[in-house]
Design a protein around this ligand. Sequence first.
Ligand code: CO8
Length: 372
Amino acid sequence: MQQVVISGTGVFTPPYAISNDELVASFNAYVELYNAENADAIAAGTVEAKAPSSSAFITAASGIETRYVMDKEGILDPTRMCPRYAPRADDVPSMMAEMALDAATKALDMAGVEAADIDLIICAASNMERAYPAIGVEIQQVLGAGGFAFDMNVACSSATFGIQAASDMIRAGSVRRALVICPEITSGHLEWRDRDCHFIFGDVATAVVLEAAEAAQKPLFKLRSTRCATQFSNNIRNNMGFLRRAHDQMDDRRDMQFMQNGRKVFKEVLPLVSHHIAQHMEEEGLDATALKRLWLHQANKAMNDYIGKKVLGRVPEPGEQPNILQDYANTSSAGSIIAFAKHSDGMTAGDLGLICSFGAGYSVGSVVVEKV
Ligand code: CO8
């Protein structure tokens, strides 16, 4: 069996940032317009008035302070409340491929690997810009990579599930070098008119280079082991799909965007993740207290504080469980990888760390790495 290493990471950060204050100002302007337009129905009790959002609530409930997006104007326009992306001709790279190219180039540079030497690309994300051809195959082409590529969607756990799939193939010898890329355009499937969730997500792309250890010039981390688990739940759901037309449902329905029961997710996912990590450690014969760094999924600061304490058996020291959600918000599958890419310095050879994602499905993925 081949030993697998991570030798490069890359993060593409979109050009526009939206602060909580900017987001709330536009949301509240939208609410005023909505309530004025529906004043009669609200008075008659047939339509519910919308309540305003607040920056103080967002920061306290989530830890999020700002987010990056691919378009700011459309999102902040109270008469629109969603990004505006011009359709692209078939011979122009898609948005996901463009974002992926930036993150992948950075990761390849770090690894000292040529695109042509990559023989597997997994485009792992919580939504694909189109049904087919696979975005991964397009990325393979714009990057100039060899081998083969495919798309996979396990929502927030797409990156860790992608890392497990790629590393299993490297171990088995069917590929030598892989890129797991997570281009997340969450702004396209977030309901910006819903105050319960309008603040949660941001856009980004991440890339990770995985190689057979004997082929790697600049190994950063050995991959010790991976574990994936799923358990069906409707508490995070998006019903947008190709059967819409057949269902005679072409209208602007709420369930065609991201929906969640945040409180239930909070309560149900925390024990699932804590148990998953404990079991992974036990099966590996590792004591979780030996973990020097936790790069957790970035959905909610309180969730991460809880998991960090549960795993280490104490409140993590500053830097042991780095968060990036204050700057990037929840970027679905990319969150734990941004934390890993930006906060893996200061570790010494032999130090262990854990990348862990969790989210819709439900899904949980964990990756134990050892600093080279
Ligand atoms: N401003 C002011 N008040 C608000 C707002 C707001 N924006 N929103 C809600 N409130 C009010 C509520 O109405 C409620 O009022 P009341 O008590 O009078 O009823 C009060 O604040 C408390 O509301 P909540 O109970 O909902 O607040 P919470 O403390 O639970 O915080 C969170 C809400 C932050 C959403 C929290 O529940 C949470 O983080 N839950 C976990 C979420 C999570 O991890 N989800 C995973 C989703 S990510 C994923 O799986 C990927 C999916 C694919 C990507 C999709 C991309 C678009």
